[in-house]
Design a binder for this molecule. Structure first.
Ligand code: EPU
Length: 452
């Protein structure tokens, strides 16, 4: 297994470019199941989760028309066979929960879908009841067999309807994506009330509309979809990754650096930037090239990150968009461990998403957890230590803590990080970080992971 070895204490400086969004690209890739025509996606990051999605799509009868090494980097082309296999099996679904995104498109186009039910994961239970409720509202008959969700459209196809899609924790991002995609081919009008407002939903609606769908209101809690008979292929560029952008911004801040982040969707990060400004971290639009005014395209801006010498503590609650994103909670916590005073983080989306707390504590952070809330009592410095990555964003948080810590940090199981960040170590090295990826067995015996 691979490991990062980080020598901390170096200020990050220079420029880094944000890649296309993982969480946008996953449901965008699944839309290929809605049409028989060729679909091209551009700006797709090279990530383990996306590779799993391509594997799943190919099992579901979608031919990948551009394969590396001949294809252009970041460009994916697919064409689906509507008579292809419609069973998303457990062995793939268990590696990637976003497999559930294939449910709506398959059901709408083929009238039948069988998708293994994703289990819980390290950040919590993660039920899919709202996805199922949405499909039922469109007239689908749902049964469970052998751990699989079996969805059948009524004779004559799915029917548009008005539905409330909120749950105990608010809206659902992938649930909204699933129902919205399915409703594009339903007969009549669908209204989703309490729809997720995340920018990735807007990106999906834009792509569906480019395929001939009629989706309005995406980005607001009420999305209206007028069903159409068929969708065509398209050529679409994925939005930049707001979570990757936020991670680089915080990596700059935790090292007291001065970094230019290119292709930064500032429009999607307003709550985040507002909190950072209260901490003394400044994110300022700058020209991307000579003669280009700053912030011309707020979805693909160029920003400079600088910060005050002393960071101030803040109180943050994660919320659905446009609130503070849960996917930046762990990285913010790492930064707040070095603020001057007590901060409070409350996690309202995934109340168990705190596996990084114990690892940060091993590095000298002072953290007190009570249920969904963690009090962070700022310390003068973090101290390098061997730590364990447990999920994607917790891994990013540990990388950041390692960059700021005194001495050497060894992060085990970085495959979690590779699910969501492309070549993270190379990009950090370009900013002046000392970070190496090495095989666990090349570490001194005392630092290797013993199983069990
Ligand atoms: N929920 C239900 N029932 C459902 C679905 C969700 O109760 O049927 C609950 C969840 O348990 C949670 C809340 O609703 O408490 C929100 O979950 P949501 O469905 O919005 O999460 P998701 O769509 O499965 C996406 C991202 C996550 C991100 C969340 C929240 C992708 C592939 N995943 O998951 O990203 O944390 O939205 O913004 O888009 C990550 O990138 O690290 C990641 C975990």
């Amino acid at each position: 297994m691979e490991t990062f070895v980080i020598e901390g204490g170096r200020r990050l400086t220079g420029r880094v470019r944000v890649n296309g969004s993982k969480n946008a690209a996953l449901p965008l890739a699944a839309t290929v199941l809605l049409t028989d025509e060729e679909v091209t996606l551009r700006g797709v990051p090279e990530l383990a989760d996306l590779k799993n999605m391509y594997r799943l799509l190919s099992e579901l009868g979608c031919d990948r028309l551009s394969e590396p090494p001949t294809g252009e980097p970041g460009v994916i082309k697919f064409r689906a066979d509507p008579k292809g296999n419609s069973h998303a099996r457990y062995d793939i679904v268990k590696t990637m929960r976003a497999s559930i995104c294939t449910l709506g498109p398959m059901l709408a186009r083929r009238g039948y879908a069988r998708v293994s039910m994703p289990g819980g994961c390290s950040i919590g239970d993660r039920p899919v009841d709202l996805h199922v409720r949405g499909m039922q509202a469109l007239g689908a008959e749902i049964t469970l067999d052998g751990g699989d969700i079996i969805a059948k459209a009524p004779a004559g196809g799915l029917r548009g309807s008005t539905m409330f899609l909120g749950g105990a924790f608010g809206s659902t991002v992938l649930g909204t994506a699933n129902v919205m995609s399915a409703a594009t081919l339903a007969k009549g009008v669908t209204i989703i009330e309490s729809a997720a407002c995340e920018p990735e939903i807007v990106d999906l609606a834009n792509m569906l509309n480019a395929m001939g769908a009629r989706v309005r209101g995406a980005g607001s809690p009420r999305v209206i979809i007028e069903g159409v008979k068929e969708l065509s292929g398209t050529d679409y560029t994925v939005m930049p990754d707001r979570i990757e952008a936020g991670t680089f911004v915080l990596a700059a801040a935790i090292t007291n650096g001065d970094v230019i982040v290119e292709n930064c969707p500032i429009d999607s990060l307003l709550c985040f930037i507002d909190k950072l400004s209260a901490m003394g971290i400044h994110v300022t639009p700058v020209p991307s090239a000579p003669g280009v005014p700053a912030g011309v395209d707020p979805l693909r801006a160029c920003v400079r990150v600088t910060c005050d010498r002393t960071l101030k503590p803040v109180e943050v609650t994660t919320q659905p968009h446009p609130g503070f994103p849960t996917d930046l909670q762990a990285q913010l916590m790492a930064t707040l461990t070095l603020a001057d005073g007590n901060s409070v983080i409350t996690e309202r989306i995934f109340p168990e998403r705190f596996l990084h707390v114990a690892e940060l504590s091993r590095m000298g952070a002072k953290l007190y957890r009570q249920g969904p809330t963690v009090i962070i009592s700022g310390v003068k410095k973090l101290i390098g230590a061997p730590v364990m990555a447990s999920d994607l964003r917790a891994s990013a948080c540990l990388v950041m803590a390692g960059l700021a810590a005194e001495g050497t940090t060894i992060i085990h199981r970085v495959y979690h990080l590779d699910r969501g960040y492309e070549r993270m170590e190379d990009r950090l090295k370009c900013l002046g970080a000392s970070i190496q990826r090495i095989d666990d067995k090349d570490l001194p015996k005392s630092s290797q992971l013993s199983e069990g």
